[in-house]
Design a binder for this molecule. Structure first.
Ligand code: ZN
Length: 285
């Protein structure tokens, strides 16, 4: 009798489980190292879907459409990703259980440029005081980046923060006197001191500070793993905690920090991985 009751409950529960295959992910045909890419998730319930890929993850909010629920995500691969394919897994935990689906996509590999420079030692070697300051700033940035905002404030159409052309592209590996440095984590855009800088998307200012390397810097969290970074500003026009709208002027181009001339170093991170911002300015979804 008890067994039959249990069976009956099971049958009732099963009938409430969304049909197999209700969880879907739409991936691009190919993805590239150092680039971001859009993914759309489809499900039968209003629960967020967790996307996992390359040891990264992001929870995706879904909203109701004509045919169930849909959510938009921006994922990315690091510059040095070398595998031939990428697996993306979607996990949806609803009231009755867990739905999981994995899809793979081929990876195209881009080779990033190397740049060898001879520089005077005094510009490369830092004092202990400067290094300590840098490490403290880095630790603070890490703390903020480890607690990203969950709700998506971006809409998939991103603004180029200044119109100036590129003076140094993303991903360039610089060698100073033969020693490798960290690859360029963003793009340098030309601009005269005082040129207004626009927010790449709507979001919340998480860091507005003056850092040793970056000078006057702002980190804007756009939610669901997307963060934009603006460095070397002459003027910072926002404060930590401020909500900003896409296109809002957040600062002015300058030459603060460790730079030789005015420009905007602009970076984008997706789930804490730096990507080339340039393809995103014209990205459509
Ligand atoms: Zn730069």
């Amino acid at each position: 009798m008890i067994r039959r009751a249990v069976l009956l409950v099971c049958v009732i529960l099963l009938s409430a489980v969304p049909a197999l295959g209700a969880l879907q992910i739409d991936l691009p045909e190919t993805v590239m190292n150092g680039r971001a890419f859009f993914v759309t998730v489809h499900s039968d319930s209003e629960f967020p879907v967790l996307l996992k890929w390359n040891e990264q993850e992001v929870p995706v909010e879904v909203s109701q459409t004509k045919h169930g629920y849909t959510g938009l995500a921006l994922l990315a691969l690091p510059r040095d990703f070398s595998k031939k394919t990428l697996a993306v897994t979607a996990i949806e935990e609803n009231v009755v259980g867990t739905n999981t689906i994995t899809r793979t996509v081929p990876v195209k590999h881009k080779k990033y440029r190397e740049q060898h420079l001879k520089v005077n030692k005094k510009y490369v070697e830092l004092s202990k005081k400067s290094l300590d300051r840098h490490y403290a700033e880095k630790a603070n940035v890490r703390k903020v980046m480890e607690n990203p905002l969950g709700n998506r404030m971006w809409d998939g159409k991103f603004i180029r923060p200044v119109s100036g052309s590129v003076s140094s592209e993303f991903g360039v590996q610089r060698f100073f006197n033969g020693k490798p440095r960290k690859p360029h984590s963003g793009v340098d855009l030309r601009g005269k001191t005082g040129t207004p800088i626009k927010a790449f998307a709507s979001g919340v200012v998480r860091i507005a500070a003056s850092h040793f390397f970056s000078g006057k810097v702002a980190y804007i969290d756009h939610g669901q793993g997307v963060v934009s970074i603006y460095c070397h500003m002459s003027k910072l026009l926002v404060h930590e905690g401020d909500r900003v709208k896409k296109g809002q002027v957040i600062g002015k181009v300058g030459a603060t920090g460790r730079v030789t001339g005015p420009h905007l170093h602009f970076g984008v991170k997706i789930a804490n991985v730096a990507v080339d911002p340039m393809p995103l300015f014209s990205a459509k979804n």
